[in-house]
Design a protein around this ligand. Structure first.
Ligand code: GSH
Length: 214
């Protein structure tokens, strides 16, 4: 059985955003059952967990003696078992992986610059000075993403892939801003990805775990 790690408790604003959601979503798309290993506060710093996730983060993925960390690696690993995430065609598969990496490497760090300011430092003087340039950078990246998407339903064309899963997971980090929704194309793209039943099941499962633990 596949096990993924998740936090037993996070503050309300983080519920529905914790990164085990991406992995749950991939598992739901692939139709693979899983269990959760819920971490108490502090468990992530214990030697036993750090041996599995050097940075003390969630999620990790465990199955049959294999342990993986980093959501990109985990989603690609799950994708190998599901054409719903990684197409059979070799070139299309490589392009799907390319979009996973683009989401994590070319979009997420800049999205996080804004999200961290808004979540933790809003009232700090340095954050007020920094935010406009962080927003301007995200705007440029999102404009480029929107152009690359064009009129296609998904990043690589007609079919949803792991690249869309990761990109949508990253874009929804900005849900408290209008940075994504003010672009009609990106707004429709994100809504299309999040309308997938597998996403809804994953989100319900994450929120359900928080509810059960309360
Ligand atoms: N690059 C990592 C990031 C994982 C990550 O940031 N996880 C957060 C929860 S959303 C976490 O565990 N934060 C606690 C910490 O960093 O100490 C991945 O994609 O797996």
């Amino acid at each position: 059985m596949i096990t993924i790690s998740a936090f037993r408790w996070v503050p309300d604003f983080a519920r529905g955003q914790v990164r085990d959601l991406r992995v749950r979503w991939a598992l739901e798309e692939a139709g693979l059952p899983y269990e959760t290993r819920l971490l108490e506060q502090g468990d992530q710093d214990k030697d036993e967990y750090r041996a599995l996730q050097p940075f003390g983060q969630v999620p990790i993925f465990e199955e049959d003696g294999l342990t993986l960390f980093e959501t990109g690696a985990i989603v690609l690993h799950i994708g190998e078992r599901s054409p719903a995430l990684l197409p059979q065609d070799k070139a299309a598969r490589a392009r799907a992986a390319q979009w996973v990496v683009a989401a994590l490497n070319s979009i997420e760090p800049f999205v996080m610059n804004v999200a961290l300011i808004d979540s933790f430092y809003q009232n700090e003087e340095w954050a007020k000075l920094r935010r406009p340039s962080a927003v301007a950078f995200v705007e440029r990246r999102l404009a480029a993403l929107s152009k690359a998407l064009g009129d296609k339903p998904y990043l690589d064309g007609d079919n949803f892939t792991a690249g869309d899963l990761m990109m949508a997971a990253v874009l929804r980090i900005l849900h408290r801003t209008d940075l994504v929704t003010r672009d009609a194309r990106l707004a429709a793209y994100l809504a299309r990805c999040l309308a997938r039943p597998a996403f809804k099941r994953a989100l319900d499962a994450q929120l359900g775990d928080f509810r059960d633990a309360a």
